[in-house]
Design a protein around this ligand. Structure first.
Ligand code: C2E
Ligand code: MG
Ligand code: MG
Length: 608
C-alpha cells in the first residue's frame, strides 16, 4: 500500500484531471466499527444493513488473519484491523491519520510505485508483493491487494488494502540472493544480472562498466575498532555507494569490503567517470562510527563490455586486475582495465612513447623542499619526476605513472630517477651542502629481490668515486605498498639501512591509525598524508590523528614530515605539536634545479 504513500508521489485523486476510473464491480466494504469513520455513509449507502450485520462484519474484519487497511482518497489511514497490528506492530492510534508511507522499507524505487498507481488508475486495483518495515524496524514481505472503492451517495473514493505476511518464505529466497549485512545483492544475483544485461547492451549498442570496488585499509579499521563497528561502517558506506550511483545501476557486495558496481546504458566508457566520481565523493565524507569520525576511500578497477570481455567471468577478472593496479597506486584511485581495445591502444602508445622519452632525455626532476618546522631551514628535497613532453608540455606523474604500473617501465623509471637524484646528491655533498634527497620508489621496486644491491649498483654507476654508505639518500615508499607484504618490506628496508639509505613511509595515515607495524618496519620518517593536514584545523578528529602520529613517531624515534602545508596557521600548529619538518605549496612548490638554487638563498625566516 506504499503507493498511496510515498512522500512526493502524485496522488491520482489529486493530480489527475480525469475522474478516477470506476472499479469494475461496485464493492461493498466489510467495514466494522467504521461508523466513526464512514459510518453514516456506509449505512446510508446500504439501507438494508442492520446494526447486527454491522457487528458481524466488524468481528469478521478483526478475526481475519490478513491485515486490512482502509484509507481515504489521499491515502490517510481511516481504519485498520487487528491483524494489521499483529503483522506490522503498529497500533491503531499510531497509524490513524498517517499514510502507509509509515511502513516504507526503502526497498522499492519510484518505478514500482508508478506501476502501482497505474494499476489503480486504470483498473481500480493492484496486486503484488511488497517489502515493508515493521514498527521494530524488521522487514516484512507481504502479498498485497489494493482495491479502489467508492462509498456512499457521493461515491467518495477510498482504498482498501488487504495483505498477508509472507516473510519467512521470502526471507529464504531473499537471503539466497542478497547480503544480509548491507541488504545489497550478493555475488550470485550480481552475476545473474550481469548475464542478463549483456545481450541488452549488445542490442542497444551500448557499453557496460563492471567495477570492482575495495575499501582502502579496511582491515586495519576492522582490527582497530572491532568487527561490530566495522560492520556498521560497511553498512553506511554501502548505503552511500548505493545512493551515489543511478537508480538503474546495481551495487552488489561480494564479501568483506569488496563490492561490485554494474553501470549500464553507457554510450561511451567515459560516461561512467562522473558516476565513479560521485561514489568517491560520497565515501570521502566523514563517517561517524561508535562516536568516532573517520574517513574512508576506495580503490576501483573498471572493465568495460564489450572492450574488456564479452562474458561475466572475463569482465570480472579484468575489473579485479584493474582494482589490484589501483591499489598499487595508493588509495582512492580508479584504474581502467587495459584490455579494452581503444584504451589498450592509447595505453600502448603512451608506454612506447615513455620508453623512448627515457632514452631521449625528456624526463626531468623537480625538487620540493622540506624545511625544519621551527627554523624553516631547508633540510632536504624530494625529487619528483616530470615528463617534458614534446607536444603536451610538462606532464605531472599522475599523467603517466598509472600506465607504467605492472610493466617493466615501472622499475626502469625508478632506476632513472634514482640515478639522477644520486648524481645531484653527490654533487651537493662535494660542494659541502648537506641537503638530503628523497626519491619515491614504486611498489615493484620495493618488491625487487635485492633492492639494497640494486640501489648500491645504481649509486656506484652514478657516482663511481662515492664510497658506501651514502649519507643523505632517502627512499619513499607508500604506506599502502609497504603493507602489501610487511615482512618483505621490513627485510628490504633493513638491508638498505645497512648501506646508510634511509626510508620514509609516504602518505601515512590513511583514515586508520595502525602504528603497531612500525615495530616491524625500521623506517626513519613518517610523512603525514596531506589530507590530514588540509583538514586538521576544521576537523578536531584529524587534529587528534596528526597529534597522535607525531607523538607515537617520536616514541619510536621516527622523524615526522607534514605534507601539503599550505598556510602559516597549519605550519604553526604543526610546529607546536612537535612535527619536525614541513613540506607543501605554502613553503615551496616542486621546482626545477635552477629555481631551487635561487630559492635556497632566500632568508629562511621569509619562507612562509
Ligand atoms: P608524493 O610522493 O606524496 O609527492 C607529493 C605530491 O604532492 C607531489 O605531487 C607534490 O607536487 C604534491 N604537493 C606537495 N605539496 C603540496 C601542497 O601543499 N598541496 C597540494 N595540493 N599538493 C602538494 P606530484 O609531483 O604530482 O607527485 C604525485 C605522486 O606521484 C607523488 O606523491 C609520488 O607518489 C608519485 N611520484 C612522483 N615522482 C615519482 C617518482 O620519481 N617515482 C615514483 N615511483 N613515484 C613518483
Ligand atoms: Mg613522496
Ligand atoms: Mg606523499
Amino acid at each position: 500500500m506504499n503507493a498511496v504513500i510515498q512522500p512526493g508521489m502524485p496522488s491520482p485523486a489529486i493530480n489527475d484531471s480525469e475522474p478516477p476510473a470506476q472499479p469494475e464491480a461496485c464493492c461493498v466494504i466489510p467495514l466494522p466499527a467504521m461508523r466513526s469513520v464512514v459510518g453514516d455513509t456506509l449505512a446510508d449507502g446500504c439501507p438494508c444493513m442492520a446494526e447486527e450485520r454491522l457487528q458481524l462484519i466488524a468481528s469478521v474484519f478483526n478475526a481475519t488473519s490478513d491485515g486490512i487497511v482502509i484509507t481515504d482518497q489521499d491515502a490517510r489511514i481511516l481504519e485498520i484491523n487487528d491483524a494489521f497490528t499483529a503483522i506490522t506492530g503498529y497500533s491503531r492510534s499510531q497509524v490513524l491519520g498517517h499514510t502507509p508511507a509509515l511502513l516504507s522499507s526503502g526497498r522499492h524505487g519510484p518505478d514500482f510505485f508508478l506501476g502501482m498507481w497505474e494499476g489503480l488508475r486504470t483498473t481500480g486495483a493492484w496486486e503484488g508483493e511488497i517489502w515493508n518495515r515493521r514498527a521494530n524496524g524488521e522487514l516484512v514481505a507481504e502479498v498485497l491487494r489494493i482495491q479502489a472503492v467508492h462509498v456512499g451517495r457521493d461515491a467518495r473514493l477510498h482504498y482498501v488494502g488487504v495483505f498477508r505476511d509472507i516473510t519467512s518464505g521470502k526471507q529464504q529466497e531473499w537471503l539466497a540472493r542478497h547480503d544480509a549485512l548491507t541488504e545489497l545483492p550478493n555475488r550470485a544475483m550480481a552475476l545473474e544480472a550481469l548475464q542478463s544485461l549483456l545481450p541488452l547492451a549488445q542490442r542497444q549498442g551500448q557499453q557496460l562498466a563492471v567495477c570492482h570496488l575495495d575499501f582502502d585499509g579496511f582491515m586495519a579499521v576492522n582490527e582497530a575498532m572491532g568487527p561490530a563497528q566495522g560492520d556498521a561502517l560497511l553498512r553506511t558506506a554501502a548505503a552511500r555507494v548505493r545512493q551515489a550511483v543511478r537508480s538503474s545501476d546495481m551495487v552488489a557486495r561480494f564479501g568483506g569490503d569488496e563490492f561490485m558496481l554494474l553501470l549500464g546504458g553507457l554510450d561511451t566508457g567515459s560516461a561512467a567517470v562522473p558516476v565513479l566520481e560521485r561514489v568517491q565523493h560520497a565515501l570521502a565524507q566523514p563517517h561517524t562510527v561508535g562516536g568516532e569520525s573517520l574517513r574512508l576511500s576506495a580503490s576501483i578497477g573498471v572493465a568495460l563490455y564489450p572492450g574488456d570481455g564479452m562474458a561475466p567471468e572475463p569482465l570480472l577478472r579484468a575489473a579485479d586486475q584493474a582494482m589490484y593496479r589501483a591499489k598499487q597506486l595508493g588509495k582512492n584511485r580508479v584504474c581502467w582495465s587495459g584490455q579494452g581495445s581503444e584504451r589498450q591502444a592509447v595505453h600502448d602508445a603512451l608506454l612506447q612513447e615513455l620508453g623512448q622519452a627515457l632514452q631521449a632525455g625528456e624526463m626531468c626532476l623537480h625538487y620540493q623542499p622540506k624545511v625544519c618546522a621551527r627554523t624553516r631551514r631547508c633540510l632536504g628535497v624530494e625529487a619528483l619526476v616530470r615528463w617534458q613532453h614534446p607536444r603536451r608540455g610538462l606532464l605531472p606523474p599522475g599523467a603517466f605513472l598509472p600506465a607504467v604500473i605492472g610493466t617493466p617501465l615501472e622499475v626502469a623509471l625508478d632506476r632513472w630517477v634514482l640515478r639522477e637524484a644520486v648524481v645531484q646528491l653527490v654533487r651537493w655533498r662535494n660542494q659541502g651542502c648537506e641537503l638530503t634527497v628523497a626519491v619515491n620508489v614504486s611498489p615493484a621496486t620495493l618488491a625487487l629481490p635485492d633492492l639494497a644491491g640494486t640501489v648500491a649498483a645504481i649509486v656506484r654507476e652514478a657516482a663511481p668515486h662515492q664510497v658506501l654508505p651514502l649519507e643523505g639518500l632517502e627512499l619513499e615508499v607508500l604506506e599502502t605498498a609497504a603493507l602489501q607484504d610487511l615482512e618483505a618490506a621490513g627485510r628490504a628496508i633493513e638491508a638498505c639501512a645497512r648501506q646508510g639509505i634511509a626510508f620514509a613511509l609516504d602518505d601515512f595515515g590513511t583514515g586508520y591509525l595502525s602504528l603497531s607495524y612500525l615495530q616491524r618496519l625500521p623506517v626513519n620518517t613518517l610523512k603525514i598524508d596531506r589530507s590530514f593536514v588540509a583538514s586538521m584545523l576544521e576537523r578536531r578528529g584529524d587534529l587528534h590523528i596528526v597529534r597522535a602520529v607525531i607523538g607515537l613517531a617520536a616514541a619510536f624515534g621516527v622523524t615526522t614530515v607534514a605534507e601539503g602545508v599550505e598556510t602559516v596557521e597549519q605550519a604553526h600548529v604543526l610546529a607546536d605539536m612537535g612535527c619536525h619538518e614541513l613540506q607543501g605549496y605554502g613553503i615551496a612548490r616542486p621546482m626545477p634545479l635552477s629555481q631551487l638554487e635561487t630559492w635556497l638563498h632566500k632568508d629562511p625566516a621569509q619562507r612562509m
